[in-house]
Design a protein around this ligand. Sequence first.
Ligand SMILES: N[C@@H](CCC(=O)N[C@@H](CS)C(=O)NCC(=O)O)C(=O)O
Length: 212
Amino acid sequence: MPDDGFTLHGIALSGPTYKVALLLSLAGQRFQYRHVNLRAGAHKSPEHLRLNRFGQVPALEHKGLALCQSGAILEYLAETLGTYGGEDAAARQRIREWLFWDADRFAPGVYRSRAYRRGFAQAEAAVIESYRQVAEAGFAVLDENLAGRDWLVGKSPTIADIACYGVAFFIEEAGFNAVQWSNVDAWMKRIAALPGAKAPADLLPMQDATIG
Ligand SMILES: N[C@@H](CCC(=O)N[C@@H](CS)C(=O)NCC(=O)O)C(=O)O
């Protein structure tokens, strides 16, 4: 399949970059991948700031547009590729609620906890503990909402699942064990079994590449 003009800029260790790459892979969409060397500060370069004004990864280029914020990129891709976007307007509204919740209450706790454990960032013990509690509360919310259902919205997987999975994937690196949240555990296995699903290390290299 041609790449249809999709170029993803990111880094393999980045959860938000993984979310976007995972949706492209699940959709069977080939894309160009550009490795952004965060250690060298490439995300703050004028060239990158033209793609992502917040000086972060990911950024997605498509047909003259430069897109940022992984949740917003997922919505764009679902709309553009016509997949994983929910069945109707009511489903799309629920999906959007999950995307905002993820950015507000889930991703920060899990990603920061992972960053402290892996030594990507340092903080005082009280700060680390506070992010740990946010992450734990986030997993509990996810677990409650997955009780008796396979997917977060409707009867098939959507970008709500992909956004939250792109955080939950790092559960162990962040210092938690999925056994504690059995609905989350089963849901993660369902997502990992979808055609095209890959772990970050199997999807994104530490160099430029064509993926898919
Ligand atoms: N809410 C953003 C978060 C993006 C983000 O935090 N990216 C990190 C890498 S995982 C980054 O670029 N960090 C460098 C920085 O913020 O200066 C999204 O979902 O795209």
